[in-house]
Design a protein around this ligand. Structure first.
Ligand code: UT7
Length: 328
C-alpha cells in the first residue's frame, strides 16, 4: 500500500477562565504552596465554569484548530475525542462536538486511554489518513477533571485541572509528518489510577456516592515510579522506530503530570530543560488535554519551526503510554 505522509496542519487550545491557586488549595486541604511547587511544579490550574462540560471546552479548542488549518467544519471527515471525563456515557462527546461544530460529514467517536489518549488518537487518526480512508481528522484531548476530583483528598486535588487542546491532521509534504508511534498498555496496573464507580461493575448508588467511588483514586507513588520508567523508554523507542537519535530532538512535548517526571525524561534523553515545552505550572495535569494544549502553546510562542523534530510522550491510567516522533 502506498502510504501518504500525514502531519498536524492546525492546532488550537482552550482553558477555562476560572483559576484555582495553590494558596486557595491551602484553605481547602492541609497542604502548602511550597510542598506543591517543589513536589509537582504546579502553581495554579483552571476549573470549568458550572455550565461548562467537556464538549464545550473541546468545541472552543476545535474551532481554533480548524481555523488555523485554513479549513471549515465541513472539511472534517472524522472527529476523535480523547477523554476520561465525557459529558455523559453516551452519546459520545465526539458526537456532541460534531453537532456543535456542524461537521455534518464527520464520523465521530471517543477514545479512552486516560492521559495517553491524545497520542492514541494521533496514531488512530493519522493511520486513517495515511491509508487514504480520510483526508482530515480532528483529534481533541479534552477534560473536566474537576468533576471527578475529590477536593478533600490532598493526594490528588492539587494535581488536576480542566482544558482542551485540538489538532487537525492532514496530508503533508514528503519528509514531514509523523515518523513513528509507540503505544503500550499494562492492564495489571489498572488499580493504581482509576474511578471505580458508575460503570457496569459498580453502578451509581447511594452507597457508591457515600464511599466516594466516583472520584479519582491514585496510588501516587507507584504511578510516579511507572511514569519515570516509561516516559524515557517510550520516547527512546519512538525515536529508534523513526530512525532518529536523541540529538535530533528539537522539542519534547510531554504529558504535564509532574515537573520531576518531565525532568527525569529529559535526563534520560540527554536534553536540556529548554528543549521541553512545560506549562504545568499554569494548568496542572489535564490528562488527555495536557499534550495538545502544550503543543498549541508552543506554536503560539513560535517555538516550533518547519522541519523541527518533535517528540510527544505521555503515560496514564490503564496503565497506558504512548510516544510519537513528528517532523513539523
Ligand atoms: O497523569 C497521570 C496521573 N498521575 C501522576 O502523574 C502522578 C504521579 N505521582 C506524583 O506526581 C507524586 O507521587 C505526587 C505529587 C502525587 C506525590 O508526591 P510524592 O513525592 O510521591 O509524595 P508521597 O505521596 O510519597 O507523599 C510524601 C508525603 C506524605 O507524608 P508522610 O507520609 O511522608 O508523612 C504525604 O502524606 O507528603 C504528604 N503529602 C502532602 N503534603 C502536603 C501528600 N500530598 C500532600 C499535599 N500537601 N498535597
Amino acid at each position: 500500500m502506498n502510504l501518504h505522509p500525514v502531519g498536524i496542519i492546525g492546532t488550537g487550545k482552550y482553558v477555562p477562565e476560572n483559576i484555582l491557586t495553590n494558596q486557595q488549595l491551602e484553605q481547602m486541604v492541609e497542604t502548602n504552596d511550597e510542598w506543591i511547587v517543589t513536589r509537582t511544579g504546579i502553581k495554579e490550574r483552571r476549573l470549568a465554569a458550572e455550565q461548562e462540560a467537556t464538549s464545550d471546552l473541546a468545541y472552543e479548542a476545535a474551532k481554533r484548530a480548524i481555523a488555523a488549518a485554513g479549513l471549515t467544519a465541513d472539511d472534517i471527515d472524522l472527529i476523535i475525542v480523547a477523554t476520561i471525563t465525557p459529558d455523559m456515557f453516551f452519546p459520545s462527546t465526539a458526537c456532541l462536538l460534531q453537532d456543535k461544530l456542524g461537521a455534518a460529514k464527520a464520523a465521530a467517536f471517543d477514545l479512552s486511554a486516560a492521559c495517553s489518549g491524545f497520542i492514541y488518537g494521533l496514531a488512530t487518526g493519522s493511520n486513517m489518513i495515511a491509508t487514504g480512508m480520510y483526508k482530515h481528522v480532528l483529534v481533541v484531548g479534552a477534560e473536566t477533571l474537576s468533576r471527578i476530583t475529590d477536593y478533600t483528598d490532598r493526594n490528588t486535588c492539587i494535581l488536576f485541572g480542566d482544558g482542551a487542546g485540538a489538532v487537525v491532521l492532514g496530508q503533508v509534504e514528503e519528509g514531514r509528518g509523523f515518523k513513528s508511534f509507540e503505544l503500550g498498555a499494562d492492564g495489571s496496573g489498572g488499580e493504581l489510577l482509576r474511578v471505580r464507580g458508575g460503570g457496569s461493575r459498580l453502578p451509581a448508588s447511594a452507597q457508591t456516592l457515600s464511599e466516594k467511588q466516583h472520584y479519582i483514586y491514585m496510588a501516587g507513588n507507584d504511578v510516579f515510579k511507572f511514569a519515570v520508567r516509561i516516559m524515557g523508554s517510550a520516547a527512546e523507542e519512538a525515536l529508534a522506530k523513526a530512525g532518529m537519535s536523541k540529538e535530533d530532538v528539537d522539542l519534547l512535548v510531554p504529558h504535564q503530570a509532574n515537573i520531576r517526571i518531565i525532568q527525569s525524561a529529559l535526563s534520560r534523553l540527554n536534553l536540556a530543560e529548554e528543549k521541553a515545552m512545560i506549562n504545568l505550572d499554569k494548568y496542572g495535569n489535564m490528562s488527555a488535554a495536557s499534550i495538545p494544549v502544550a503543543l498549541a502553546e508552543a506554536v503560539e510562542q513560535n517555538r516550533v519551526k518547519e522541519g523541527d523534530c518533535l517528540v510527544f510522550v505521555g503515560f496514564g491510567g490503564g496503565l497506558t503510554w504512548g510516544a510519537s516522533v513528528l517532523i513539523w
